[in-house]
Ligand binder design. Structure first.
Ligand SMILES: [Zn+2]
Length: 104
């Protein structure tokens, strides 16, 4: 058996048989997989690269949520929109410098 961590609010581990690939669900775990939208990624749970991508996405989401809470919805939204516009802008360094000057 090899274990895979399922990262939800209350994380748990699923076990997979090395010989036949069968997945062992303890009581309630199948429901948590469905509710957590992991059904289509069941096999990916044992993939290191998929797990690390998931973890990065989760920490980015958490980071954004914290900032939205601390900064307030209006400022947060304005910054996100500005960031979207500047992402591809050839002079984004200048734009950041201007922003810094205007707020100091
Ligand atoms: Zn087996």
């Amino acid at each position: 058996m090899i274990r895979a961590r399922v990262d939800i609010d209350e994380p748990f581990y699923l076990e997979k048989c090395v010989a036949c690939g069968g997945i062992w669900f303890d009581k309630g775990e199948r429901r948590k997989i469905i509710e957590g939208n992991f059904t289509e990624h069941l096999k990916d749970l044992w993939s290191r690269s998929w797990q690390s991508k998931q973890r990065k996405e989760q920490s980015r989401t958490r980071f954004l949520e914290i900032n939205e809470e601390v900064l307030g919805k209006e400022v947060f939204q304005a910054i996100i929109e500005l960031a979207e516009q500047l992402k591809q802008h050839p002079e984004k360094g200048r734009a950041i410098a201007l922003l810094q000057q205007e707020i100091s």
